[in-house]
Design a protein around this ligand. Structure first.
Ligand code: ADP
Ligand code: MG
Length: 645
């Protein structure tokens, strides 16, 4: 017979703890939320080993009196609601009264607190799940909670914790969300005795956002403010020039609480429809303020999701507020100033942001504020800059030079020297390639009707700046120039990476890239794979990453942009990243990025260079994405169509 037993409290609490406390970041979140609820003006978070060893949160909030300390760590004990009705009118971040109980159950726990009226403080220690007596202690007004050895008594949970970097990434993201929501509070975050963030209180939200995510984002923010009298949407939406490959940079705060909501994310996508390329996600920081009795925050263990009484109305209000802004803002100039700079000189590989920064640096220099040092010289592209040349003009100039250049195949130039170039590098069956009829390299037939001015090389021609036409021993071959180039680069790159001989470009002035906490943790964790690809990164404090080198074949691109895309690739993979898969994903991304695009006009020697890699498209008819690289029309088929047979 099965016997139904009432579980002991400690087991109940461990079960509850499993719901709320998933990892160190959850502890930090709960403790910080309590500090915010206590009205603190300053909150200091200090952690060791990503929070696995220690998480300490100190605040200068209202404190807890000595006699109430045992209640604070009792489960279902809270000062924030009284009855069930209050559950549907929550004005605080917490209300369930189970966080401290849960945390104390699975850690070595110490709580010290003092209220305004008391002369001294009191402390309560919980060791091995058992609470000691409350003891007096000296401490300032406010509360400090120390959580050591998280999950020490739940080994399975402890095993589930990932590396220090990953846990710190999550913790840092939790910190970011709360610090973003409360700009008037002074927050600090220290990790292993290093200050990661020190955020004094600020009057404007934009300031705090810029501190976290850098000026590139801060400067691109369009203020949003719309209200229908009941629902207010306020905050910032980034201009469409700024976007991401996932929706992690969409910070939504509902009545001061960070939330994720699919329907609201959809509204954001709708608002930016037509302004962003497919697969790109807008960057927003928005507050939704609605009457607290029209939302149920008690539907998710960590309250990350909520249920709205009238979600349709919130959806339209959000969409409406953004649309209104976009309609009344001239975004065209911004969209046009997207990077179009392409140049083989890495120092000149500028995007808008860099160009803007260089312009500023130069104008500063012109005003005599900066000495003319070597740093400035490397930052300035080939001496054609001057402080009063507008950015757009310089970009046009770069664009022009790009059009005029020939031999822009960065990957072809270093290796091919024909004979033992790529084909010797790549382990491909040769077969019929070597038995090509000797007339194969003769010029293709004239096809004057195909395109106004096709470029013709001695083995093929380009039409409409996107397809290459050539022949093989069975008929006519039409090749997608991007797909083929991508395939060629992928094979080259893979060979080189496996042989450890990939050329990398060392940056004279390393680039700093600010990422979200989760992104920077993921990037650092993948740093070995990145290094194999020639991208050397290291932590630069906070969530900023320093890029000191990148693959030479991506010399045409901005290293910041390259890193961002690689990180996005990292974050979008939903499977557990196996290093080989990751490397392969990155190889695909880099080759796709470096390859010529449809619309790029090729010079005759470039067409020749590309078509000389024909073994690749003859043996493998698909680009790394699986699209065909070439279509073959056999002579028989043509004969049939022309009714010769
Ligand atoms: P909840 O936040 O849901 O009420 P918790 O377990 O997180 O539950 O906290 C229990 C109670 O302890 C709170 O209701 C609050 O009264 C008190 N408390 C917790 N942390 C603090 C703090 N930092 N400052 C003042 N009071 C606190
Ligand atoms: Mg709480």
């Amino acid at each position: 017979m099965t016997e139904i037993r009432q579980l002991p409290t400690s087991v109940i609490n461990k079960i509850a703890a499993g719901e709320v406390i998933e990892r160190p970041a959850s502890v930090a979140k709960e403790l910080m939320e309590n500090s915010v609820d206590a009205g603190a003006k300053r909150i200091d978070v200090s952690v060791e080993k990503g929070g696995t060893e220690l998480i300490r949160v100190s605040d200068n909030g209202c404190g807890i009196s000595a006699e109430q300390l045992p209640l604070a760590i009792a489960s279902h004990a809270t000062s924030k609601i009284r009855d069930a009705d209050d559950l549907f009118d929550v004005h605080t971040l917490g209300f369930r009264g189970e966080a401290l109980a849960s945390i104390a159950e699975v850690s070595q726990f110490l709580l010290r607190s003092r209220t305004d009226g008391e002369n001294g403080g009191a402390e309560l220690e919980v060791v091995g799940g058992r609470a000691n007596d409350v003891a007096p202690c000296g401490c300032p007004i406010g509360t400090t909670i120390e959580v050591r050895q998280l999950f020490y008594n739940t080994p399975v949970r402890r095993k589930f914790m990932r590396t220090t970097q990953t846990e710190m990434g999550h913790l840092s993201e939790a910190f970011t969300r709360i610090a973003l929501a409360n700009p008037h509070v002074h927050f600090t975050l220290r990790h292993n005795d290093r200050t990661v963030h020190d955020l004094p209180p600020v009057g404007s939200w934009r300031e705090r956002i810029s501190t976290f995510f850098g000026n590139e984002i801060g400067d691109s923010l369009l203020p949003i403010d719309g209200s229908d009298g009941v629902i207010r949407v306020s905050g910032f939406a980034a201009e469409p020039t700024i976007s991401r490959g996932n929706n992690r940079m969409q910070y939504l705060f509902l009545n001061g609480r960070h939330i994720r909501d699919r329907s609201l994310q959809h509204a954001l996508g709708e608002a930016y429809r037509g302004l962003l390329l497919t697969g790109r996600y807008p960057v927003v920081f928005l507050r939704l303020d609605i009457p607290s009795d029209t939302v149920d925050v008690n539907v998710h263990p960590t309250k990350l999701e909520v249920r709205f009484q009238d979600s349709g109305r919130i959806y339209s209000q959000l969409l409406g507020a953004l649309r209104q802004k976009f309609l009344t803002t001239d975004l065209t100039a911004k969209v046009q100033s997207q990077p179009l700079a392409v140049d083989n000189d890495p120092a000149a590989a500028v995007d808008t942001h860099q160009a803007e920064r260089q312009r500023r640096e130069l104008s500063d220099w012109a005003k005599g504020q900066l000495p003319l040092g070597s740093e400035n010289e490397t930052a300035a592209p080939s001496g054609n800059s001057s402080s009063d040349v507008p950015v757009s003009a310089r970009q046009r100039d770069l664009g022009f030079r790009f059009e005029q250049r020939s031999g822009r195949f960065p990957a072809f130039q270093p290796f091919p020297d024909s004979g033992n170039g790529l084909r010797a590098d790549v382990d491909h069956p040769r077969g019929h390639d070597d038995n090509r009829p000797s007339d194969e390299r003769s010029p293709p037939p004239q096809m004057s009707a195909a395109s106004p001015t096709p470029t013709v090389s001695n083995i093929g021609m380009q039409i409409h700046n996107r397809y290459l036409i050539t022949e093989n021993d069975t008929g006519v071959v039409i090749i997608d120039q991007h797909a083929l180039h991508e395939r060629v680069l992928y094979e080259q790159l893979r060979e080189k990476v496996l042989a450890g001989s990939l050329e990398k470009q060392r940056l004279l002035v390393p680039e700093t890239v600010s990422l979200t906490p989760a992104e920077s943790a993921a990037a650092l964790e993948a740093s070995e794979t990145f290094a194999q690809l020639g991208i050397e990164i290291e932590s630069f404090g906070g969530d900023t990453i320093l890029v000191s080198s990148y693959p030479a074949m991506l010399a045409n691109f901005n290293p910041t942009e390259v890193l961002r895309q690689m990180v996005e690739q990292l974050m979008t993979g939903n499977k557990v990243p196996v290093r080989r898969d990751l490397l392969d994903d990155m190889l695909h991304m880099i080759s796709c990025k470096a390859a010529v695009k449809a619309g790029d006009r090729l010079a005759a020697d470039e067409i020749t260079a590309l078509l000389e890699q024909r073994d690749l498209f003859q043996d493998t008819h698909h680009c790394p994405h699986g699209r065909p690289t070439a279509l073959v029309f056999t002579n028989e088929e043509l004969d049939k169509r022309f009714q010769r047979t």
